[in-house]
Design a protein around this ligand. Structure first.
Ligand code: ADP
Ligand code: MG
Length: 357
């Protein structure tokens, strides 16, 4: 069942269109990330769902009822912000129970719910502490407990982990996933960090300049991006300009760097990739290889110099300076900074998008 249905949502601030005709549905119990660069409209979408901002156009239906014009506290939605806004003078327990108290839940039940929540967020025994006596990660978990204690239909998160260091952020990601699975509450999670989104989400909504570029599972966005923007945002790509020579079934022959390569065209791109069209050919670092300067017999060979090499757990990322610009290549090759190398690619797996680079 769909818990959130957004149709043709628009938000204008004067001349500026912050959200431009966004439509999507979120299913009950899903973990959905809203992803995109800074300023792409993520917070504005969340704030409209929460009720802090009224749309200029379009509809928002929560749990079967239109909420446009309904004030935030009458929506079955809680929001967790980056600045957690815990009450500094209240204990952890009182912070968690604040909303319950406001809505008249009796003390005995409140105490029970607090204990339950402290257990869910792994803070048993912390109820009497003040927020200042907690680490950043512990404060995060209190904010989370407060957001789920009244069992809302949906919890909205606006970059809640942005201020944490990397290790703590990764730990909190795992915690968020666990708590979401345990409670079954629908999570809608805003971030500009694609690594976080890929790690935690059932599905992702990727925004670009107020418009939805693509909606899908992390795998769908990674394996079958609909645009260069998506390919670039979800994992890196190297981009070259090419011209389509011909298309036979799902294979396009593309003129690239003075040679031709064959690339498999995804169904979503097929109508746009036609003979004579200028295309952006995007290839992932893992689909490129480095060899020493000797000709390898591949159709496309790009000469370059190793500018940098970064050890990863399972290989090496090379930055290669070439006449075509700087390329990123993941390979296991033994080259060092300053070595002259040749870059080749598995071009069948590359993506071709209309419009050149
Ligand atoms: P994100 O969360 O993706 O970084 P926002 O939703 O905060 O982006 O903002 C989208 C665009 O709308 C930005 O250009 C931002 O400057 C603008 N914007 C957001 N809120 C307001 C506001 N209250 N008044 C005017 N412009 C705003
Ligand atoms: Mg924001």
């Amino acid at each position: 069942m769909s818990i959130v249905t957004v149709e043709n949502l628009v938000k204008e601030f004067g001349e500026l269109v912050a959200v431009d005709d966004a439509s999507f549905e979120i299913e009950d119990g899903e973990f959905v990330s809203v992803l995109g660069p800074s300023g792409s409209g993520k917070s504005t979408i969340l704030r409209m769902i929460a009720g802090f901002e009224e749309p200029t156009g379009g509809t928002i239906v929560l749990n079967g009822e239109s909420v446009v014009g309904v004030p935030p506290f009458h929506r079955d939605v809680n929001m967790v912000f980056q600045n957690l806004a815990l009450f500094p003078h209240l204990t952890v327990a009182d912070n968690i129970a604040y909303g319950l108290k406001q809505s008249g839940v009796p003390k005995a039940e409140r105490t029970e719910r607090i204990e339950e929540m402290l257990s869910v967020v792994d803070l048993r025994g912390y109820g009497d502490r003040k927020p200042e006596q907690l680490s950043g990660g512990e404060q995060q978990r209190v904010a989370l407990a407060r957001a789920i204690v009244n069992e809302p239909e949906i919890v909205l998160f606006d970059e809640p982990l942005a201020s944490l260091d990397r290790k703590l952020r990764q730990h909190m990601q795992v915690e968020l996933q666990r708590i979401q699975a345990e409670t079954g509450i629908t999570f809608m999670y805003v971030t500009h960090d694609q690594e976080v989104a890929v790690a935690v989400s059932d599905r992702m909504i990727l925004l670009n300049d107020g418009r939805i570029e693509q909606i899908g599972t992390p795998e769908e966005l990674y394996d079958d991006p609909v645009s260069k923007f998506v390919a670039d945002f979800i994992g890196d790509v190297n981009t070259f300009s090419g011209t389509v020579r011909n298309v036979v079934d799902d294979t396009a022959t593309i003129e690239l760097l003075g040679a031709t390569v064959e690339t498999t065209i995804r169904a979503s791109q097929a109508p746009m990739i036609t003979e004579g069209e200028t295309v952006a050919v995007c290839i992932r670092p893992s689909q490129l290889s480095v060899a020493n300067g000797v000709e390898s017999g591949e159709t496309v060979e790009i000469a370059g110099t190793v500018e940098n090499r970064i050890y990863q757990g399972d290989g090496v990322t090379f930055m290669i300076q070439t006449d075509e610009g700087r390329l990123t290549v993941e390979d296991e090759a033994p080259y060092d900074i300053g070595d002259e190398v040749t870059v080749t690619g598995s071009w069948t797996e590359a993506y071709a998008f209309p419009g050149g680079d």
